[in-house]
Design a protein around this ligand. Structure first.
Ligand code: ASP
Length: 230
């Protein structure tokens, strides 16, 4: 954050039941995705934020760490650079400083799931929450259409409801998964906004981005194992 603290967002969704869980702005949860899953499985709610989410984590016995656990020199230096840039009013450079991790999966029964976890964007302020924990924006799964996890500028993903937008194009527009993802990444979002990974009920995986690169990988039980950066 702008203040030098670290706040984490995460969400998970089950495509078979539409069960989902999200957390936002937590500082001491070692594995935010685990807490999101507990929200999904052990509360009547779907989205917990800040102090309340931390209190639930303690009750649920989720592993707690000191906030310094998440600090890395690389991200700290990045924040310092960003603060200097801000105070000198320099034009913002394209932001490579994104650290979201997303996963989408299909199991042998054809059930889909999506999960996303992030520290958000460097220099975020005022309790900013990104797309990751906004179900439908950065994370979405529905067995009838697809499972999607997005990375990039969270504000744009929220504005365009990016992940659920893919699902809606399949459900209401008859698009294939590949075409739906391509339309959202290339036509709805602007170049440089980000990318997404998706998998459909048939097991087809799509990895698409409009940034310079996106660390990505795909694997299946038939032996597919691919990774890509640019
Ligand atoms: N989408 C994330 C956010 O806006 C950032 C990222 O993908 O790195 O919080």
């Amino acid at each position: 954050t702008h203040e030098g603290t670290i706040e984490l967002d995460a969400a998970i969704m089950n495509g078979r039941t539409l069960a989902c869980g999200a957390i936002a702005g937590v500082r001491t949860i070692r594995n935010p995705i685990t807490l999101a899953r507990r929200v999904m499985e052990a509360t009547p709610h779907v989205f917990l934020a800040g102090e309340g989410a931390e209190a639930f984590a303690r009750e649920a016995g989720v592993e707690i760490v000191d906030p310094s656990y998440f600090r890395t020199e690389e991200r700290w230096d990045e924040l310092q650079r960003e603060l200097r840039r801000e105070s000198s009013n320099a034009v913002a450079l394209p932001t490579p400083e994104m650290g979201t991790v997303g996963a989408v999966a299909i199991d042998r029964r054809g059930d889909l799931a999506a999960a996303t976890s992030t520290g958000g964007r460097t220099n975020k302020r005022f309790g900013r929450v990104g797309d990751v924990s906004v179900l439908g924006a950065g994370t979405y799964a529905d067995n009838r259409t697809c499972a999607v996890s997005a990375t990039g500028k969270g504000e744009e993903m929220i504005r365009h409801f990016a992940a659920a937008n893919v699902s809606a194009r399949i459900e209401h527009g008859g698009r294939t998964l590949q075409r739906a993802v391509r339309e959202v990444v290339r036509d709805v979002l602007e170049p440089g906004d980000g990318g997404m990974i998706a998998v459909g009920p048939g097991g087809v995986a799509v990895l698409e981005f409009n940034t310079e690169g996106m660390f990505r990988g795909a694997a299946d039980s038939a032996g597919r194992f691919e990774i890509g950066i640019r």
